[in-house]
Design a protein around this ligand. Structure first.
Ligand SMILES: Cc1ncc(COP(=O)(O)O)c(C=O)c1O
Length: 418
């Protein structure tokens, strides 16, 4: 047997070793992406910053919606340290207080009678759980939206309406219809065919679809159509929730209370992965009756729940939701002004709500170029999995004025360099 010694990544020129190790053990694709983005090796983080091996720091406006509290928020890390030293994983035999505390804290943020919580480990798992819950209620005809993103496990992928990710894995779940997002008429037509077997899944603003804001009143119209057609409604707030849009939940803007709300990303506090489904008593009833219908060994662990409960507490104490609204509005205004002054070629629109911001170009190549220009200026951004023409920004709500100004000057310079 040959032993491979992987060097300590804190010494020497580790990026070469890490790259080679990636190539060897994760395959060439991921290694090449890392190489294309400069081959940097990240080794630390705090607040709005990611530290790389050579001592440089990057302002994290990427993060795919996870870091609403920034990296390693002290309240969250302290709670996680305490839990780690006391009781990280539960027996799953006895009752456990931290899981209960996190559920109560989460339900305290959701509107209406969205009070019943089922913790899972990832966003895709939350979608799986929601689709299964709908099926127990006989809602097997699923309506999703074009470019909607709900995860990549097999059930979730069935409603992630993007042929690039779906086609290699067909056949997927049957009886799925994808309708144009934002088009209440198309939703009405699709729902009219379901005859009491329908369930709709959609996002309040499409994130991976490229920061697509529906017309005002759309969410409310969909909720009313679901009621009229005896269909269930699942609103996926895995990306838009936890304050990202400048409200705790995107559904608040239109006073909608779905049967099931999906939560993820920011719930982790950026520290320990956790996601959840939050449902009304009626929707949740089958899971309440049989708690073993849908389970997962690590779901709702005390460690992850300590992170979630501390996250919600810190968000309340530091008015993170209000900060997201305020900083987001400022960034959007300034980014639009920068683009208007510099008139980048092929710009379609700068748009967003709260701290979910996007810039759309006619040509996907320009998106890649802007991401690289920003990287050169020390700023991370995120591409959009379901829209190659949109570069996304999902910064934390803990940015200070210097960080905001640093981003805006890098953004203007990157736009000018296009
Ligand atoms: C709206 C939405 N739903 C579901 C998911 C899937 O979450 P995860 O990647 O944690 O499985 C994502 C991830 O980007 C998302 O944005």
């Amino acid at each position: 047997m040959t032993l491979t010694v992987v060097p300590d990544i804190s010494e020497g020129r580790p990026e070469l070793d890490v790259l080679a190790t990636y190539r060897r053990h994760f395959g060439g694709g991921r290694a090449s992406v890392g190489q294309l983005l400069g081959g940097m090796v990240e080794v630390g983080s705090s607040g709005a910053w990611i530290d790389v091996q050579d001592g440089r720091r990057y302002l994290d406006f990427g993060g795919y919606g996870v870091f609403i509290l920034g990296h390693r928020h002290p309240v969250v890390t302290a709670a996680v340290h305490r839990q780690l030293d006391r009781h990280p994983l539960a027996s799953r035999t006895f009752l456990e207080p931290v899981t209960a505390e996190a559920a109560a804290a989460l339900a305290g943020t959701t509107p209406g009678d969205l009070d019943l919580v089922h913790f899972v480990n990832s966003g895709a798992e939350a979608t799986e759980a929601a689709l299964k819950l709908a099926r127990i209620h006989g809602r097997t005809s699923v309506i999703t939206t074009n470019k909607g993103y709900h995860g990549k496990t097999l059930g979730a992928l069935s409603v992630t309406a993007n042929p690039t990710y779906q086609d290699p894995f067909r056949p997927l779940l049957p009886d799925i219809t994808a309708v144009p997002y934002g088009d209440a008429g198309a939703m009405a037509e699709a729902l009219s065919k379901t005859r009491g077997t329908g369930v709709v899944i959609l996002e309040p603003v499409q994130g991976e679809g490229g920061v697509v804001l529906p017309p005002p009143g759309y969410l409310r119209a969909v909720a009313e159509l679901c009621t009229a057609n005896d269909a269930m409604l699942i609103v996926d707030e895995i990306q838009t929730g936890m304050g990202r849009l400048g409200t705790w939940w995107g559904i608040e803007a239109e006073g909608v209370v779905p049967d099931i709300l999906l939560v993820g990303k920011g719930l982790s506090g950026g520290v320990v992965p956790i996601a959840a489904l939050v449902a009304t008593p009626r929707a949740y009833a089958p899971f309440a009756k049989d708690p073993y219908l849908h389970t997962s060994t690590f779901a709702g662990s005390p460690l992850a729940c300590a992170a979630a409960a501390a996250t919600i507490g810190a968000m309340r104490d530091e008015q993170i939701v209000q900060r997201a609204a305020c900083i987001g509005a400022h960034l959007l205004r300034e980014m639009r002004l920068a683009c208007a002054g510099l008139l980048p070629a092929g710009l379609v629109e700068v748009r967003g709500r709260g701290l979910l911001l996007g810039i759309e170009f006619e040509d996907p190549g320009t998106v890649g170029e802007l991401a690289l220009q920003l990287l050169e200026r020390g700023v991370l951004s995120c591409h959009s999995l379901n829209s190659s023409r949109v570069l996304r920004f999902t910064p934390p709500a803990v940015l200070d004025d210097d960080e905001i100004n640093q981003f805006l000057s890098s953004f203007s310079a990157a736009i000018a360099a296009l």
